[in-house]
Design a binder for this molecule. Structure first.
Ligand SMILES: Nc1nc2c(ncn2[C@@H]2O[C@H](COP(=O)(O)OP(=O)(O)OP(=O)(O)O)[C@@H](O)[C@H]2O)c(=O)[nH]1
Ligand SMILES: [Mg+2]
Length: 386
């Protein structure tokens, strides 16, 4: 079948159980394909109905699955059915057997949108974890990034290089934040055993996510808790205490802790403020110099002597947790953009915009224009091939 003759089937609602699910059939035979299964309550067949009409009926047989159809275009019919997996699969299977080709919702969005920035933003928006990140992605779906790219392109064509550089810099300054809007930030809490890492995670998320116990070596494996701080999605990782050991299980836990620290957007080293500062503590700070330091158990009698600067907390009394949250956000987010700010939010966009900026640093306007007009900014037929 040539591409123009394919009838696509797409599940527009998330997989799993829900009250309702929506399938969409799109293609030259959409009405005929759906019409062969649809038994309208009033008897008037789908093919005789006007575009924009909504009709209720049954699927395949009288008394079968109840469905509501809405026909948006000549070649597009939406089917709303019960959201149980059995109902969805029943409809889906009959349409596949009739010749529809199933595509993922992401591909469906890409097919609808000539502008890849908009389709990337709509896909990202569906995966946004908080209102704050959703608002920023919505601004990109509504054209903020496209307008910024067009403005830079115009400045380049007018040979106004200083203004083009400033505009690109203004975009790229938000790139680290933009690239975390969907996946959020990974924060790892580590430190010696029994210092209160798990207690701090519990205090940060507000419920008993991790087991807390008064013996060292309680947390063995890497454990995660997802939350949002000031509306920014984060994943907190609790780890096994780093301490001298010959136990293979403990050693495996520590290796996993170190691997998590390496991969983290922010490492937090937790120390016990009631114990004197030790050479082992020094070694941890030396090994992870960029880490945020937290001195926990501040409610206990503090040990005298040197301690590096850090947040003072008491996980047990929830003391210092607000300051810890503030410090985490300050480390992760340099500059908070306005809700309607333009920002690149995919790795590809950041790579292309950075390449354009590097080209401008060498006054290579033609290469900069190429970067800003190629993928992932290229509007048009190439979109179909992505
Ligand atoms: N007084 C006081 N006790 C705390 C505080 N935070 C944790 N504790 C206690 O310290 C002990 C160890 O706490 P955990 O949170 O399990 O410590 P951990 O660092 O996760 O320990 P491991 O998993 O064994 O490495 C428990 O008895 C906690 O109740 C605190 O701020 N003040
Ligand atoms: Mg623990």
């Amino acid at each position: 079948m040539s591409p123009g003759k394919i009838n696509h089937l797409v599940l527009l609602t998330p997989p799993g159980r829900s009250a309702l699910a929506t399938l969409c059939v799109e293609g030259p035979q959409a009405v005929a394909l759906v019409g062969q299964f649809f038994l309208p309550v009033g008897g008037k067949p789908l093919s005789d109905r006007e575009i924009g009409s909504i009709c209720f009926g049954h699927w395949s047989r009288i008394g079968g699955e109840e469905v509501v159809l809405s026909q948006h275009r000549q070649d597009q019919v939406e089917i709303h059915c019960h959201g149980g997996t059995i109902s969805v699969n029943l409809l889906r299977q009959s349409l596949l057997d009739a010749g529809c080709e199933e595509i993922a919702w992401q591909q469906w969005i890409i097919n609808q949108q000539p502008d890849p920035i908009v389709s990337d933003a709509l896909i990202a928006l569906a995966e946004a974890k908080s209102q704050r990140t959703a608002l920023l992605l919505l601004a990109q779906a509504e054209g903020a990034l496209r307008d910024a790219i067009e403005n830079i392109t115009l400045l380049l064509r007018q040979r106004d290089l200083p203004a083009a550089c400033d505009a690109l810099d203004a975009l790229l300054i938000h790139a680290p934040l933009g690239q975390h809007l969907v996946c959020g930030w990974q924060i790892v809490l580590a430190g010696r055993a029994n210092v209160g890492k798990s207690s701090l995670i519990n205090a940060l998320v507000g419920y008993q996510r991790a087991i807390v116990y008064d013996e060292p070596g309680t947390t063995r494996d890497v454990l995660i808790a997802k939350t949002a701080l000031e509306g920014w999605p984060i994943t907190l990782t609790d780890t096994a205490g780093l301490q001298p050991s010959r136990d293979p299980l403990e050693l495996a836990g520590m290796r996993a802790a170190e691997a998590s620290l390496e991969a983290a957007d922010l490492a937090i080293l937790v120390f016990d403020a009631s114990l004197p500062w030790s050479t082992e503590d020094d070694a941890l700070v030396e090994r992870w110099p960029a880490a945020l330091i937290v001195h926990n158990k501040c409610d206990l009698q503090g040990a005298a002597g040197f301690r590096p600067e850090g947040v003072q907390s008491s996980a047990q009394l929830a003391g210092g947790v607000t300051e810890l949250c503030e410090q985490i956000i300050a480390r992760l987010i340099d500059r908070v953009p306005d809700d309607d700010a333009a920002l690149p939010f995919t790795d590809e966009q950041v790579r292309a915009a950075s390449a354009a900026r590097r080209a401008l640093a060498r006054s290579d306007v033609s290469l900069a224009l190429d970067r800003l007009s190629g993928p992932p900014f290229l509007i048009g037929p190439a979109q179909q091939d992505r």
